[in-house]
Design a protein around this ligand. Sequence first.
Ligand SMILES: Cc1cc2nc3c(=O)[nH]c(=O)nc-3n(C[C@H](O)[C@H](O)[C@H](O)COP(=O)(O)OP(=O)(O)OC[C@H]3O[C@@H](n4cnc5c(N)ncnc54)[C@H](O)[C@@H]3O)c2cc1C
Length: 417
Amino acid sequence: MTRKQIVILGGGTGGTMVANRLSRRLGLDEAEIHVVDQDNSHVYQPGLSFVPFGLAQVDEIVRPRRRQLRRGIVFHEQEVVSVWPERSEALLANGDVLPYDVLVVATGAVLQPEETDGLTGPGWNERVFTFYTPDGAESLRWALEDWGGGRLVVNLIDMPIKCPIAPLEFAFLADWHLRELGMRNRSELVFATPLDGAFTRPVASEQLGALLKEKEIELVTEFNACEVDGVGGKLTAYDGRKLDFDLLVTVPLHGGGAFVERSPGLGDSLGFVTTDKQTLQAAVQPNVFALGDATDLPTSKAGSVTHFEAGVLVENVVRFLTGRELATGYDGHANCFIETGFHHAVLIDFNYEVEPLPGHFPTAVGLPLLRDSWVNHLGKLAFQWVYWHALLPGRPLPFLGSRMPTAGKDLDLAQQA
Ligand SMILES: Cc1cc2nc3c(=O)[nH]c(=O)nc-3n(C[C@H](O)[C@H](O)[C@H](O)COP(=O)(O)OP(=O)(O)OC[C@H]3O[C@@H](n4cnc5c(N)ncnc54)[C@H](O)[C@@H]3O)c2cc1C
């Protein structure tokens, strides 16, 4: 094989993993690998859920991107302006044009708080917050420190969002935090969601809904928020319902990167890359692949998903470069730890076809699924180390292949759901 040029757009979870795995697989003599990202700060995003409660500091969850890439990978700290799929070229903000044999789009999802009326108006970062950015998580931390109690509304404006369980996790952790401070009897907690239950999938939704009830967190469903009054403390839905708040913690709308819209044929109307759900090849051209939050795939936007996709994507990039048929190996596998407070967490594991079900992961002996447990909490804490030291460097993880394991799951329940 002649030396191929592989360009990876985005140096977050997916871009870094894919670059390192390809570099291990192909070596410098076979491929020149370029990673483009607009900044040099890699955030371990699951850690953002802990920052508002003082359980993590921002500087503990951020590392330089460049240092996460193996030697020989070329890093460009530049914004991507557009891609010309017909010419197999990417244009960067400094005017550089990167030609490629293979392009991997891993530019994630973009928060769009300005798309909701009033959200970033008066009260933003004073009474209305999001913990989805390091700055937002830190501002919320100071607000919670000063908070004397009242009505705290947790809301997601609309799907899709990164990590659909993160707002739920925030509500559970807020309950714990307020109880620890002896302020729970002076506080009301409300979880307002556009979904018809606590989560997207029926079995998990029922179990997580029961946990909200147990923790006295009010669940408001089918609440499609359209307007925020940060001064008056009101969140309004399209159907006219209003929720009063003293503190609003919201997850803004998400979209794909603006450059996707400037790149002919690359994405859909939301800016997400149109991607084959099994091979991860983009629809626009055979030499374009995509993974992670940037895709339009019907699975969760999550780091675990990005990790499982990376295995299939790397295999298919190599197959593509060597003229072989692509593997249809991605099954939609997703896996999430949901912190529930009091040093406990719930674990869910599912794919395109199979709901999150009770049982154990990854085999009949393993972490309990859909059960609030201390062991799962340890799993979530350990994951940060695994992220920096195994996942990002592209080292294989025993028992964690791309496909969803079925051993240990109560599959009969899937038929009933
Ligand atoms: C609060 C929170 C909690 C979470 N908790 C979990 C969890 O518990 N478990 C889990 O599995 N997942 C969790 N996630 C989701 C997880 O972090 C993401 O799904 C994952 O990082 C997606 O990886 P990615 O590579 O697709 O995108 P990212 O890691 O976001 O990387 C995208 C990169 O592209 C770059 N980029 C974008 N546009 C451009 C451009 N035009 N030019 C140059 N560079 C560009 C960005 O700077 C960024 O570095 C959480 C997310 C949040 C916000």
